[in-house]
Design a protein around this ligand. Structure first.
Ligand code: PEP
Ligand code: MG
Length: 584
């Protein structure tokens, strides 16, 4: 036996080690037989009976598990029941039986395949993934037709990691949560139901592993890492021990999470720091509160433009933002306007490929050029501001005129809305991202014309040090504690405090516990990060005194190299907070 590693997509975080249970979800092999005229009625009746049996099974699951069902679960079951009544599926199959004179199994398989092909042509990833619902419903009916037992995860007796080609929501619903350690599937993406459900059930999962079912047998020892989407089959001793350690620290993290969630992010001497979450999809909004964050410090809105044949309408902007702002209440949501171009998603419309896109028509530059695309977004954000507290954030601002241009466009949109009698928050705060060195250098000028700054270190480091943030060859130079970067941060902080405006950071630097005290010492009041980092940073915030943080920041600022700055930070943390460092 030798260790084999499968790399897929991390669908639900956590690490589990255990025995595999291979769930038989092989497709039912269908013999599509020709039938006689006289058999048509009989085949249609068989098909309808199998439909009814399938519906009864799903209803049964719904009844048995009804008290455990969250809204998303209920919605999935409803979708499956609706599919069993869907005209394309039902009438399509019946028509094939009648017209082509094939048996029910053959007709159903052909119909399902035809529907799936239609889904495959859909550009939108989320909608395209819904084809799995059709396949799963089709498989259930087929099993009922051929009389094959529906193997159920409710019957599992021993603790196990479930390995399957794909899991239907009905599988995940009935599974005994006390027995299922995690699951790993060949199919699936981050937005497949399996992934969504795994996250909401808190069960570690990796999906999109391609051929894992071919490599694993029931009883094999496997390690499932749902954080990185990895599965290791028959791990050797070293890997095993390594993952035991990782598992322990992750469990610790989870326990801490529970403890810290409802506690304020406040220093020992009573200074409040606002810890917020960065999100990209509207449905992520609830995970921020689950991790103990207070509001959204960066809502990247590019997803509205992803994989769509058409540009989003004002209404789609409005609905997405309203969804988030209502769920985040009473907390604030910082909505960043479109940041296309660069290393991100391509420019919508017919723009020529740029020779150097990272220095090209990116973010606000693009929006000010394509006002027809920018305007609906501004209108959507403003309209959503009537439903909660929104702050708008302009990305990639490099000078005052750009900011003024964007603001005057916003004023125009406000005037339009006012004239139309459409409500919006006239006091909505306006901020700029500080992620281009020129903006950091003129922070004092910008500060007079905005309500807050949000520093995007991902880009600020890239542009300050002239290193491509996505290039692995220069990744070793990507260093937040470079004196040049720290001086810019200090400068920005100084300008914000002079002008008495808010100071936030939403780049990845904000989510690293090692930097938390430094950033607090530099005067950052808002730190926004990926949700998983919130508990760690909260732990630091709650363990320090503000004057310690200021002392640390001063010390770090005096270092001539990043290496020394890092060592200073580490030594300081070791000395002052040995327990904390050991835990971290
Ligand atoms: C940043 O640049 O730090 C930032 C938060 O924006 P993005 O990562 O979306 O470019
Ligand atoms: Mg950026």
């Amino acid at each position: 036996m030798s260790e084999t590693t499968f790399k897929g997509i991390g669908a639900s975080p956590g690490i589990v080690i255990g025995r595999a249970y291979l769930l038989d979800r092989r497709k039912v092999v269908v013999a599509g037989k020709q039938i006689q005229d006289v058999d048509v009625k009989n085949e249609v009746a068989r098909f309808r009976k199998a439909l009814e049996a399938s519906k009864a099974q799903i209803e049964d699951i719904r009844k048995r598990f009804t008290k455990d069902l969250g809204r998303s679960h209920r919605y999935i079951l409803d979708t499956h029941v609706l599919l069993l009544e869907d005209r394309m599926l039902v009438d399509g199959t019946v028509k094939r039986i009648r017209e082509r004179q094939v048996n029910a199994e053959g007709a159903l398989r052909e119909t399902v395949d035809a529907i799936v092909r239609k889904f495959d042509a859909i550009a939108d990833e989320y909608l395209r993934e819904r084809k799995h619902d059709v396949e799963q419903v089709g498989e259930r009916v087929l099993r009922n037709l051929v009389g094959r037992k529906q193997e159920s995860l409710a019957d599992i007796r021993e603790e196990a990691i479930i390995i399957a080609h794909d899991l239907a929501p009905t599988d995940t619903l009935v599974m005994r949560k006390d027995k299922v350690l995690g699951f790993a599937t060949d199919a699936g993406s981050r937005t497949s139901h399996t992934a969504i459900l795994a996250r909401s059930l808190g069960i570690p999962a990796a999906v999109g592993l391609d051929k894992i079912t071919a490599a694993v047998k029931t009883g094999d020892v496997v390690i499932l890492d749902g954080i990185h989407g990895m599965v290791l089959v028959d791990p050797d001793e070293e890997t095993f021990l390594d993952y035991l350690k990782k598992q322990r620290s992750f469990k610790y993290f989870e326990q801490e999470l529970v403890k810290l969630r409802d506690l304020p992010a406040e220093t020992l001497d009573g200074h409040r720091v606002h810890l917020q979450g960065n999100i990209e999809l509207p449905e992520e909004v609830t995970t921020v509160a689950d991790h103990g964050g207070a509001g959204i410090g960066l809502y990247r809105t590019e997803f509205l433009f992803l994989n769509k044949p058409d540009l989003p309408t004002e209404e789609q902007h409005y609905q997405a933002y309203r969804h988030v702002v209502e769920r985040a209440a009473p907390h604030t949501v910082v909505i960043r306007t479109l940041d296309v171009g660069g290393d991100k998603i391509g420019l919508p419309g017919n723009f020529e490929k740029e020779p150097n896109p990272v220095l090209g028509l990116r973010a606000i530059r693009f929006c000010l050029k394509r006002r027809d695309i920018f305007r609906p977004q501004l209108r959507g954000i403003l309209r959503a501001s009537a439903h909660g507290t929104i702050k708008i954030l302009f990305p990639m601002i490099s000078g005052l005129s750009e900011l003024r241009d964007a603001r005057s466009m916003m004023d125009e949109v406000k005037a339009e809305l006012r004239a139309e009698g459409v409500p919006f928050d006239d006091q909505m705060q306006v901020g700029v991202m500080i992620e281009v060195p020129s903006a950091a250098l003129i922070a004092d000028l910008l500060a007079r014309e905005v309500d807050y700054f949000s520093v995007g270190t991902n880009d600020l480091i890239q542009y300050t040090l002239a290193i491509d943030r996505g290039n692995e060859h220069v990744a070793y130079m990507y260093e937040p504690l470079e004196p040049a970067v720290l001086r810019l941060l200090q400068r920005v902080s100084h300008a914000a405090h002079e002008a008495k405006i808010g100071l936030a950071m939403c780049g990845e630097m904000a989510g690293d516990p090692l930097y938390a005290a430094i950033l607090m010492g530099l005067g950052f009041q808002f730190l926004s990060m990926n949700v998983a980092s919130i508990p760690w940073v909260k732990k630091v915030v709650r363990s320090v005194r503000m004057h310690d943080a200021i002392e640390l920041a001063d010390l770090v600022m005096q270092q001539p190299t990043a290496d020394l700055a890092r060592r200073t930070a580490e030594a300081f943390m070791h000395e002052r907070f040995p327990d904390l460092v050991a835990e971290l």
